[in-house]
Design a protein around this ligand. Structure first.
Ligand SMILES: [Zn+2]
Length: 606
């Protein structure tokens, strides 16, 4: 009897959980005007009232976005089709005060911005990023979700990482987190497929679902290159992740009507490039970057973004690794897959070094602090001015510059250690196990990987939790790369952008520590005189500056809010770095250099 009661209770419980259902129905009756009609049926949720809401953040996008603004005509009905009272209690929240086990909420979505963050609805194609499109029920995160689309064009196909259903238009997700992470692209798609095999023999399917005006042969050639990227990335970690439904899909819209973006997801990426498609290697770096994310950030995941909060963006201290190291690998994989050449890779190296050494944000703040500012900068929208040029350097290139520093340090201070090995160690510790990491955990992993506590602690103290300068020049010599500062000895007053060639109104915040900043000039000031001589063209200014030497002084007359001011400026010299190959400098390229380069940026595919 006791056992029977227990079983009976368990049975009731099982019924109540399995009966909980959320189902979306999506149609496009007014596609010409970029609208979708969305209905969501919510059944058997154990709540007396339901709160439906639009998100304010989106997986992979770290700033806050107000997706609620493009939702309207919200109505609710009971099972008999009778209207149910629905009350808007916040910009993005709608409450059904009396819920009796069934409600169908309907609304109109306007979407005309196809990129990885927002949504775009057009007769040319539909592009849905889920948080920008779908209201969800608070407190029902674990309830399985079904979705059914009514295709607006019978020639279209649907590409997504959602679990396929029994029709080509029906899909499902095990819960809210996966559903929100699964963008959908529908259009007349060109599909190219390939397979890769893991060392354990397990096969995974890959698809390039391309929305572009492309000849089949150029789409195939492009897909072959994307395949090379997937192979080189697999070689970094030694294996592919166990994709949830055995498959990874590149949702790629390459046409002038989308907005430029790339957004990673667990088993897919949404890439939108606003250009006419061509089989051009220049388009591929974003594929390399986003694909690397299926390890780094989707599974090797910072604890600070797990679980993802859809009501308010998560602040993370780990984006220098999640995004910055991924950015480094975007360039490295392009070179390893021979989709880029040595000179272009080395020019990227130079630009990363300038980010670390010559941007004010990186000179003043650590990569950890830069990461925390993402909640405002990652496509965050505001109208007021900021002082980012003086206090913020993006964790993308900044983190990539730290990855470069770590890679060079490991390759030159140790035998057979490198960032590939460190990433593989992170994969084994945090990725495969899906145990979210802390920054301290990353440091512990570097201690274990190198077996050298002093090195790892010093590296994290100085360059990840700190912002000390890094000596790139010495290790780069081993790769036959020369780091020069070609502007030394030439007069310079800082980087200044004028309104145009004939209007010397300064458009940018002047940069802390540069002569023009120290002389007191700032954004919106207009230079009118140099040494009492009237100037009005940028070419005049450039030629006058060229006639001076570092340390010389010049009198500047300028207008601040229309009032004439005069100041004195002392020229310095630009610290800008440039990286070049030894062969360009006429220096010998030894067999050691060739071997170093091969290990660093030669192919890793057997
Ligand atoms: Zn990224």
């Amino acid at each position: 009897m006791k056992n029977f009661q227990f079983l009976f209770i368990l049975f009731l419980f099982a019924i109540s959980v399995s009966a909980q259902k959320i189902k979306y129905e999506v149609s496009f009756p007014n596609i010409l005007h970029h609208e979708a009609q969305i209905a969501v049926v919510v059944e058997h949720i154990p709540q007396q009232s339901l709160v439906f809401r639009m998100s304010r953040s989106s997986p992979g996008r770290y700033a806050t976005h107000e997706f609620g603004k493009n939702v309207y005509a919200v109505k609710a009905f009971d099972k008999a089709g009778k209207p149910v009272f629905v009350n808007r209690t916040d910009g993005d929240a709608y409450i059904i005060p009396s819920y009796k086990g069934y409600v169908k909420l309907e609304y109109t979505l306007y979407a005309n911005y196809a990129d990885g963050t927002y949504a775009g609805i057009d007769i040319g194609g539909v592009h849905l990023n889920m948080p920008a499109s779908f209201m969800w029920v608070k407190g029902a995160d674990q309830v399985p979700i079904q979705i059914e689309f009514e295709l607006p064009n019978k020639n279209w196909q649907i590409a997504t990482q959602l679990k396929p259903g029994n029709r080509p238009t029906s899909f499902s997700a095990p819960g809210l987190q996966y559903f929100m992470d699964s963008p959908v692209r529908m259009a007349n798609l060109i599909s190219k497929k390939w397979e890769l095999i893991n060392p354990d023999g397990k096969k995974y399917g890959f698809e390039l679902a391309l929305d572009a005006k492309a000849a089949d042969s150029s789409a195939q050639s492009f897909a072959n290159k994307v395949k090379r990227i997937t192979q080189e990335a697999q070689a970094v970690f030694g294996e592919l992740p166990n994709y949830d439904y055995g498959k990874y899909v590149f949702l790629a819209s390459i046409n002038p009507y989308v907005k430029g973006d790339g957004m990673e997801h667990r088993n897919s990426t949404m890439i939108s490039l606003p250009i006419v498609f061509s089989d051009n290697n220049g388009l591929l770096e974003v594929f390399a970057h986003e694909f690397f994310h299926c390890w780094n950030v989707e599974r090797i995941r910072p604890k600070t973004i797990e679980p993802f909060n859809f009501e308010k963006s998560n602040m993370s201290d780990g984006l220098w690794c999640a995004e910055g190291f991924t950015q480094y690998y975007g360039s490295l994989i392009m070179r390893r897959a021979a989709l880029d050449d040595d000179a272009s890779f080395v020019s990227t190296v130079g630009s990363l070094i300038n980010t670390k050494m010559n941007t004010t944000g990186a000179r003043r703040f650590s990569p950890v602090e830069s990461s925390k500012h993402a909640v405002f900068v990652d496509a965050g929208v505001a109208v007021d001015k900021t002082n980012y040029p003086n206090m913020y350097t993006s964790y993308y290139p900044y983190g990539a510059a730290i990855a470069l520093a770590l890679d060079l340090a490991l390759r030159t201070k140790f035998t057979n250690l490198n960032v590939d090995g460190y990433m593989t160690a992170l994969w084994k510790k945090f990725g495969k196990t899906e145990i979210a990491y802390t920054v301290a955990g990353l440091q512990e992993a570097l201690i274990s990987y190198t077996g050298n506590k002093d090195f790892a602690t010093d590296f994290f103290d100085k360059y990840i939790n700190g912002h000390e300068p890094y000596d790139y020049a010495t290790p780069l010599k081993q790769a036959g790369i020369m780091l020069k500062q070609p502007q030394l000895g030439k007069a310079w007053w800082g980087t200044v952008r004028y309104a145009d060639a004939n209007n010397l109104t300064i458009q940018n915040n002047t940069i802390l520590g540069t002569p023009i900043y120290e002389a007191g000039l700032d954004v919106d000031d207009k230079i009118v005189e140099l040494n009492d001589m009237t100037v009005s063209k940028s070419s005049q200014v450039d030629s006058i500056v060229r006639s001076y030497k570092p340390g010389d002084k010049i009198k500047i007359g300028y207008l601040h809010r229309g009032e004439k001011q005069v100041t004195e400026l002392t020229f310095s010299e630009s610290p800008l770095f440039q990286a070049t190959l030894f062969e360009k400098e006429g220096l010998p390229v030894t067999s050691e250099i060739i071997a170093f380069r091969k290990k660093w940026f030669g192919t890793k595919v057997q």
